[in-house]
Design a protein around this ligand. Structure first.
Ligand code: MN
Length: 748
């Protein structure tokens, strides 16, 4: 702790300055000026956190001030939120209770602080279910007061900005959780700028080298981009000036995370990404009522200078995205022959795009405009509530279901009567049916889309008109899960299936009870287990269900199995496949279990430990040189995943404390499998040359080779064994020199 030297004086000054900055920002907004209340909250929090420090060493109160600053400046929230942000860690970290907060600050602030406390309690919980429970609470409190989640996001943003002072394993956990839950949530709430920053910060901590590389490349190409921008926008400015528009033109540069994401998913290099630069025209309409027509007028002007891409006009004006986003997007061909996207927005639309729906309120009060964004948000919250009302037994499934709901892009479709409906992209006929009514969904046999008959799995396109066809004899099937993309339909289908299963099990139970009575047997769970094994099933529930569905008829044989002495049955138990498997796992775990794991230590992956202690994950196949982490599973095995592995991010979000930092220390002795994707135009001898390079020149073992040639295009996958990422890069570099081979990339 700091003594009474000048140090403390400096610190106090620092705190005062940060707080004054917050008050100045607040006074600059349109909110009612309730400085007194904010002062009270600040003094209360300051005194409550007195003497406590953050990991970075600074006084704890600096954190709540920073969170309040974000809530006010970057999200646009008012005094209630600022006070709640200042107080957000008081109940969690000090002896004060929610009751104390209520007595001093009233119900509203107490409710929000309580919501924030519930969420943070056990966010580092050990079990997946605890984590999902937390998340559920978060969404529940969110539907009570949306400001809870907004402040939570501000809190997370500040923690991400100061993540550098944490140990690496904590960094991966927090970064992973941010990418898994908080960035999608910020996106869904329309907090675009914050979402982008959260993604970039996560990326920076998970893949520091790639982050730096992309940053460097962006820096190097900046001048070139600026030139393109100036050249492209000069004629636009001339025209808009002439017409007297009040506007601004800005560069929009793709974020490092989006660039990296595109490189990963589309298998392209930095240089091959053509849409790093986009152009934004932000104008202030002379009259709020001409806002939309102004957008189209600007578009007309642009299309007279440059040719517009016929298929890339995106009208988010008349139908805003579900997160409130509104703009007109066009893609134009520059005079140099490059496609450049232009986003046309009013200043109001721009503010909503950056700050999310908090900005909606501001404009609603000011202009009294009908507010589409908020209505869409209400609809979304209702869906979330429906999902919450329908309990799902598996916590991770629940997280996935919610996530489905966060990132979906929308399409617009029509009912037979011409009513417009917004659906997530990739929605099917079945999704649409469930979105209208559970009955329509559960009895759906197909649809007429634009008057043509299609099956329930048919994917919808924007502009489709859909008439759902039903039949009373239709009922929900297990495989319907594969046909739907929306959380709502998925939830409904699972609920119906579970209900049916319960009914079947009940029926099965009756049959079984009757069977025991008929054969003069005493009902005993051990005997039921014998039948489970005899019919090669996995559980009692499955047995009851099969009997209930009449897939299994129990009879004399079953009675004999039960009457047999248990000693007999054990001899054939061994031959059941699932029994054997379990035993294998046990042996494996005995070998690779680590007695005591120090979560703060970075584990070294070398020839020795990879053989004896750690297991390489099957899902993402990391190889030396990849950014990795260790995950301690329930059996105390340490499994090595790639940091961007989808399975690992789920684990990070739900089993955070079991994450370990890991480093490679191999010396080209072990071999690891890796897959390359190759693409090009076909020519004689191409394949030969490829295998020649891989197997002769590099003496690398090809494990599998699959090539497909279609209409002169050659595409394939090579699986090979390598030592590390360096090997892969050398091979890719050499393969890229092969004539007609256009792209070579490592697959995930
Ligand atoms: Mn906090």
């Amino acid at each position: 702790m700091v003594d009474e030297s000048g140090n403390e004086f400096n610190e106090n000054q620092e705190v005062e300055q940060a707080y004054q900055h917050l008050i100045d920002t607040y006074l600059g907004t349109n909110h009612r000026k309730k400085v007194e209340l904010i002062n009270k909250a600040f003094n209360f929090a300051r005194q409550a956190h007195k003497g406590v420090r953050r990991h970075s060493g600074e006084p704890y109160i600096m954190h709540p001030i920073a969170v309040a600053q974000i809530a006010c400046e970057e999200i646009g929230l008012g005094s209630t939120s600022i006070c709640s942000a200042l107080l957000h860690d008081v109940v969690e970290d000090t002896d004060y209770t929610v009751e104390d907060i209520r007595n001093i600050f009233g119900d509203k602030i107490a409710l929000i602080v309580d919501g924030l406390t519930k969420i943070s309690g056990g966010i580092f919980g050990v079990h997946a279910s605890a984590q999902a429970e937390n998340f559920k609470k978060l969404l529940l409190t969110m539907s009570e007061d949306i400001r809870v989640i907004l402040i939570k996001i501000a809190d997370r943003l500040h923690n991400m900005r100061t993540l550098g002072s944490m140990i690496p394993s904590k960094q991966y956990k927090i970064a992973g959780e941010t990418l898994y839950i908080y960035a999608p949530l910020a996106h869904r709430l329309g907090l675009n700028k914050i979402k982008t920053e959260l993604e970039d910060l996560s990326f920076r901590y998970e893949h520091p080298e790639e982050y730096k590389e992309i940053q460097n490349k962006l820096e190097h190409t900046r001048e070139e981009r600026d030139n393109v921008f100036d050249e492209f926008t000069t004629p636009i400015r001339k025209r808009l000036d002439k017409l007297g528009f009040n506007y601004e033109i800005k560069e929009r540069v793709k974020s490092p995370y989006s660039i990296w994401n595109k490189m990963q998913t589309k298998h392209v290099t930095f240089e091959e990404i053509y849409d790093i630069l986009a152009v934004r025209i932000i104008f202030t309409p002379k009259d709020p009522s001409t806002e939309l027509t102004d957008c189209f007028n600007i578009y007309v002007q642009l299309s007279q200078i440059y040719k517009a891409h016929p298929e890339r006009l995106r009208d988010w004006l008349n139908h805003p995205k579900a997160n409130g986003y509104q703009a007109l997007h066009v893609t134009l061909m520059s005079h140099k022959g490059e496609w450049i996207e232009v986003q046309i927005r009013s200043n109001r639309m721009h503010e909503i795009a950056e700050q999310g729906f908090a900005a909606h309120w501001k404009y609603k009060e000011k202009t009294g405009l009908e507010d589409d964004g908020e209505r869409e948000l209400e609809k979304w919250m209702r869906t979330i509530k429906e999902i919450l009302d329908d309990p799902q037994p598996n916590a991770l499934d629940f997280l996935e279901t919610i996530k489905l709901n966060l990132y979906a892009q929308e399409i617009f479709v029509f009912t037979p009567k011409g009513e417009l409906k917004t659906m997530p992209q990739n929605s099917t006929v079945l999704d649409f049916a469930f979105s209208i009514h559970t009955f329509l969904g559960s009895h759906c046999i197909g649809a007429k889309v634009n008057h043509k008959l299609v099956p329930i799995s048919h994917r919808l396109q924007s502009g489709d008109q859909i008439e759902i066809l039903t039949s009373n004899s239709q009922h929900v099937q297990q495989n319907w899960i594969d046909y739907v993309a929306t959380a709502k339909a998925k939830g409904k289908i699972l609920a119906i299936l579970r209900r049916e299963q319960r009914e079947q099990q009940k029926a099965g139970e009756e049959v079984l009870t009757h069977f025991f009575e008929k054969h003069d047997l005493v009902f005993d769970l051990n005997d039921v287990d014998k039948l489970v094994e005899y019919h090669q099933l996995k559980s009692r529930e499955e047995l009851l269900q099969c009997i209930g569905k009449k897939e299994i008829e129990i009879g004399e044989n079953d009675a004999n199995i039960i009457r047999r002495k248990s000693g007999n049955s054990k001899t054939w138990l061994r031959f059941l496949p699932f029994r054997k498997k379990k035993k294998d796992i046990e042996i494996d775990s005995a070998e690779k279990t680590v007695e005591k794991i120090d979560l703060k230590k970075t584990i070294q992956l070398n020839e020795e430990t990879l053989k004896s202690t750690y297991t390489i994950a099957e899902c993402c196949h990391p190889i030396p040189g990849d950014d990795v982490l260790g995950f301690v599973d329930e059996n105390n095995h340490i499994i090595i995943h790639k940091r961007q592995c989808a399975v690992a991010s789920r684990l990070k979000a739900s089993f955070g404390p079991r994450i370990l930092a890991a480093k490679w220390d191999t010396h080209k002795q072990l071999f690891f499998p890796v897959s390359l994707n190759i693409k090009g135009t076909d020519r004689i001898g191409l394949l030969n040359e490829v295998t020649e390079i891989v197997s002769r020149k590099f003496d690398v073992n090809i494990r599998k080779l699959a090539i497909e040639v279609r209409e002169g295009i050659f595409e394939g996958e090579i699986q090979l064994y390598v030592h590390d990422v360096d090997d892969v890069q050398t091979i890719i570099k050499n393969l890229k020199n092969v004539k007609n081979l256009q792209s070579v990339s490592r697959m995930n």
